[in-house]
Ligand binder design. Structure first.
Ligand code: CUA
Length: 336
């Protein structure tokens, strides 16, 4: 039955508005296409050459007509731009207090990790009525995490994090697709997102985990890789303390100020010399590029996030107005 309907199920708060915009695009483009084809044939017949010596009248154009057919479509298209931009920023700007879930794409599966430590492959479980933020990473090539029922799709690019968020509205099972050709088994890189009522979700979550929460796993890695020996939490040692770093501006040795988001932490682990914190030296920290898996990186990041309890939410990478409020204090830091 599902396959016969034109649109996938609508199962998120924003899906309706995406469909509305899509409807507007259709409502504009279908009549325009019909109109153009109608006049192509109509004029071809009406103004056909009737005899070999027939000469058409010279036409020198019409300024009002040309302005009209340029300006009216311009305004219609500006409506599309404004509407699409609004939706884009809404979908890529998570609200506060999201449920954060981490998704890693690799040839050819989706690995999902929950804050409580559960892991799944090609399955994603989310509750209704709660904003969920997905942080997407790739272990190998570019994939694209596509959730048609939520009208969301984003490329998953190796070496960076992508995020989007949604709030599910209807319990059910909906498709997950990889929407970027990524090799032989791209077409099998599919799965299911299961939307559950909050109570069912709590029951599902408590279904048992091995290996502890992501924070605990991250803390274990933090010790295993020796990070604790330099990043002493409550004093400034050879390396900066990581307490209250996440979500706050960081002043760098070269005078710049950056926001400590997921992407910054990731880069600082893999390539510590890329951004040196003011007052610290290069080449003190070993380079972890190629040493830590994407799963491990996310666990470390979740652990470092947990050291900044008041900043549970910032928007990593990507164009998002939500980053603006958290960046505002940066100016004060520079003045000091
Ligand atoms: Cu992964 Cu296509």
């Amino acid at each position: 039955m599902d396959a016969l309907t034109m649109f996938p199920a609508r199962a998120s708060t924003n899906a309706g508005e995406v469909d509305l915009l899509y409807g507007f695009l259709l409502a504009v483009s279908i009549p325009m296409t019909l109109l153009i084809f109608f006049f192509v044939f109509f004029f071809a017949i009406k103004y056909r050459r009737r005899s070999p010596d027939e000469r058409p009248k010279a036409i020198h154009g019409s300024i009002p007509l040309e302005i009209a057919w340029s300006v009216i479509p311009l305004f219609i298209m500006l409506i599309m731009v404004a509407w699409g931009t609004k939706l884009y920023f809404e979908n890529y700007t998570p609200p506060r207090n999201t449920l954060d879930i981490y998704v890693i794409g690799k040839q050819w599966m989706w690995k999902v990790q929950y804050p409580d430590g559960q892991r799944e492959i090609n399955e994603l479980h989310v509750p209704t009525g709660r904003p969920v933020k997905l942080t997407l990473a790739s272990e190998d090539v570019i994939h694209s995490f596509y959730l048609p029922a939520f009208r969301l799709k984003h490329d998953v690019v190796p070496g960076s994090y992508q995020t989007y968020w949604f709030e599910a509205t209807r319990p059910g099972r909906y498709h997950i697709f990889c929407a970027e050709y990524c090799g032989t088994n791209h077409s099998r890189m599919i799965g299911w997102v299961t939307v559950m009522e909050p109570n069912d979700y709590e029951a599902w979550l408590s279904g048992g985990t091995r290996g502890g929460s992501m924070v605990e796993q991250g803390r274990a890695l933090f010790e295993q890789y020796g990070c604790v020996t330099c990043h002493v939490l409550d004093s400034q040692g050879r390396c900066p303390s990581l307490r209250n770093v996440y979500g706050n501006p960081v002043q760098l040795e070269d005078g710049r100020t950056v926001l400590a988001d997921e992407a910054y932490i990731r880069e600082s682990i893999l390539n510590p010399n890329a951004k040196i914190v003011k007052g610290y030296k290069r080449d003190v920290m070993p380079v972890f590029m190629g040493q830590i898996s994407e799963d491990g990186l996310l666990q470390l990041i979740v652990y470092i996030k947990s050291l900044s309890p008041q900043n549970t939410q910032v928007t990593p990478s990507g164009p998002s107005p939500a980053a603006v409020p958290t960046r505002a204090p940066a100016k004060q830091v520079q003045k000091q």
